[in-house]
Ligand binder design. Sequence first.
Ligand code: ADP
Length: 295
Amino acid sequence: AIAVLGSTNMDLVAYVPKAPRLGETVTGRAFRTVPGGKGANQAVAAARLGAEVVMIGAVGADEFGVRLRAALTSAGVETAALRTVEGASGTAHITVDDEGANSIIVIPGANASVTGLEAGDDARIGAAGSLLLQLELPLSAVLAGALAARARGVRTILTPAPARPLPAELLAATDLLLPNEHEAAALTGRTDPRRAAEALLQDVPEVVITLGAAGVLHAVRGGEPLTVAAPVVQAVDTTAAGDTFAGALAVALGEGRPMPEALRWASAAAALSVRRRGAQDSMPTRAEADAFALT
Ligand code: ADP
């Protein structure tokens, strides 16, 4: 099984010809509400790919909370450890213009109430093969999760997004750091992914940097970095590509597949997700990922 300790947000997406400047009002083209949040996205990705997934986090006592939980449940994610807390669910207010460029305001809402583990979470993490973590919950919760996993011999996979300086304690409890190239650069001040990986290996034993259409770079301490190319696809919407990759990688590693094979399979799953519009909706099923990985 895979445990995810992370955020659940409703994405409120306004499609506009051009984003408004400060003080300006523009007429948009359309509005959509879409379940998201990096934690929930990674959980859904792994569940659609056939894994047993437990989501730990919180939604608000509002209509969004009901829908966010339902989206997870319908993807097959176990939500008994997803608390409903007073107040608003997390929301992301997203403006997408005709060029596809976006600007985003995230209001953590219920996610901010997750400051540590609660009764039963330790056991849920201990029963999993991997714990997926991101940085959309308070750092105290991320750290508590990582330490609980470490104490029980559970692999920790940390997506350091949104990028921010990471405390040494958290890095010390991280088995695999999984930034995209922008996050890797923000963490290290090095824009060359190979050099960024080298710097990150000072703090964690293993790094996978996702490079968008250029694939991924894998590096372990004392080894030669390895690049895995991404399958060539017509990219329609890269939202949640990184989350799909993270979920898929956890699934493949959980099945005991060797890293190079796991990276290729996760790349196939992530590539499939960019061929379709949406976040959780665009994530491939097990059958789709297996079939595409063979092509
Ligand atoms: P994020 O979604 O966090 O910005 P990336 O853009 O690096 O992360 O994408 C994550 C992974 O998704 C990539 O490593 C790759 O496997 C896959 N991916 C993203 N964009 C494309 C693309 N245009 N074609 C094929 N695969 C892609």
